[in-house]
Design a protein around this ligand. Sequence first.
Ligand code: SF4
Ligand code: SF4
Length: 186
Amino acid sequence: MIGTGVLKGMAVTARNFLGSYFEKDRLITVQYPEERETLPENYRNFPFLVYDNDPEAGLRCVACKICEKECPPQCIYIVKSDDKKPDYMGKPQFYPKIFDIDISVCMSCQICVEVCPFEAIKMDKVFELSRRERFDALLLRKDELAKSNTYYHGIHPLEAAEVDANLAAAAAAKKKPAPAPAVPKT
Ligand code: SF4
Ligand code: SF4
């Protein structure tokens, strides 16, 4: 019959309209900023640098500059240290004297995270970053980028647990004594 489709469509609209007064699930408007939805595990915005225990000494970044080279819009700027200092496992490492990310240019592609061999850079979920200043207010410096591993666990629990397990396995493998050389048979 002509018009059946229209009537069915209107019935769905009416059901949702009336239902929205009684069922919370049907309410799709979130009264932001008073109300906030929990962001999904895989939500990502801009990168941050992970540290273990101490924001300076515990920074995992060793200033290898791979992320700087691979970043498509070239919004990462790193100056490597001249000296070395012990990392969180006590191994002497270079560290970034300067580490800046211009988030007004960053396109949240996550390539920096994927290429980092040290699990040192991860994607953040913070999105309330608007500024009044026009120039370098969105240029995030090392001290603003550094966030703890506990913070990382808070925003990406599954991913962070997997990273911790991989790092622990790698550290354990390094500690394992090398197998004794085979003695040739006489
Ligand atoms: S997320 Fe992409 S654009 Fe942003 S800093 Fe990383 S590599 Fe560069
Ligand atoms: S964040 Fe990772 S890839 Fe980038 S410089 Fe530091 S260690 Fe290297």
